[in-house]
Design a binder for this molecule. Structure first.
Ligand SMILES: Nc1nc2c(ncn2[C@@H]2O[C@H](COP(=O)(O)OP(=O)(O)O)[C@@H](O)[C@H]2O)c(=O)[nH]1
Ligand SMILES: [Mg+2]
Ligand SMILES: [Zn+2]
Length: 278
């Protein structure tokens, strides 16, 4: 039978197949093969003896959290408290583009904005939509539920952005802990959690504390450039133009003509210079 690993606890692999979860063991073989099964792996398994026979080819693997075969990511981005960060958003977009994970931007805490602030966010929202991204408010539960169906989705974004709150809204039975993580840390609470895919609206979701910079290490400068997907619309005289100081660069011209959002370009420069410093 085929299934997907939804949870791993020491040497027990929880495999979901058509909504039923089987507790399987892994054969020694994978260890020798240098493949460790991860959450999200699609596997062939022996349902009778409950062990994993084969790990099917992966679409992608993230390191932190260690998880494979992610179809899409909901980037939960708060408009306020914590303040809207285009830098974090653009970084995540680059990372997701590199790993072939479809990004969906979900804005939260719009209720905390003044009218002027909301208009500003709406402009930014429009820009991201114009370059091809799906951008939603967290109040659009109906749309989000539809997007989850049949997919493996990670919920990512800053601590306090409202990931767990949104998940609780999507399913009242989840009862995920929400609120300030710093309070929990202050009490010396055990914060390491196991990675688990949970079934939600006919899909599987993973509530992550965000990705780690380790997942960035595999990227080359060109990958960062390619992650700014709207740059591809401009054809510069230099083939393989990095859009930094090149003469007659069409991207730089578009930034000057306000065709490309200023913050996007600034974030691009920042990510590239951080990369150079490594
Ligand atoms: N005003 C407002 N508060 C929100 C919204 N979404 C989440 N919160 C609050 O923000 C805090 C952090 O939310 P939480 O879901 O724990 O964030 P997480 O760290 O991303 O999982 C909690 O106190 C939530 O009640 C929202 O849309 N509006
Ligand atoms: Mg949370
Ligand atoms: Zn260029």
């Amino acid at each position: 039978m085929k299934g997907q690993i939804v949870k791993i606890l020491s040497n027990l692999y929880f495999v979901n197949s058509n909504g039923k979860v089987y507790e399987c063991h892994s054969r020694g073989k994978f260890r020798n093969d240098n493949i460790t099964p991860t959450v999200g792996d699609y596997v062939k398994f022996d349902e009778k003896n409950q062990y994993i026979l084969e790990i099917l080819p992966r679409k992608n693997t993230l390191i932190r959290p260690l998880v494979s075969n992610i179809d899409q990511a909901l980037i939960v981005t708060s408009c306020k408290s914590p303040d809207f960060s285009t830098n974090l958003l653009d970084k995540l977009l680059v990372l997701l583009e590199f790993h072939h994970i479809k990004p969906i931007i979900c804005l939260t805490k719009q209720d905390l904005l003044t009218k002027t602030e909301k208009n500003e966010i709406k402009k930014i929202k429009k820009y991201y939509q114009s370059i091809g991204y799906l951008v939603l408010w967290n109040t659009n539960l109906w749309k989000i539920k539809h997007l989850l169906k049949g997919k493996t989705t990670v919920f990512t974004g800053q601590t306090g952005a409202g990931k767990s709150t949104l998940l609780n809204h999507l399913n009242k039975d989840l009862h995920l802990e929400t609120g300030e993580i710093s309070k929990a840390l202050g009490r010396g609470k055990h914060t390491t959690r196991h990675v688990e895919l949970i079934e939600l609206w006919k899909g599987k979701v993973l509530d992550t504390p965000g990705f780690s910079s380790i997942d960035f290490d595999a990227l080359e400068k060109e990958d960062i450039r390619n992650g700014f997907i709207e740059f591809k619309n401009y054809h510069c005289p230099y083939q393989d133009c990095m859009h930094l100081k090149e003469k007659e660069c069409k991207v730089l011209a578009a930034v000057n003509n306000h065709k490309i959002l200023n913050s996007r370009y600034e974030n691009y420069q920042k990510i590239i210079s951080d990369h150079n410093r490594k």
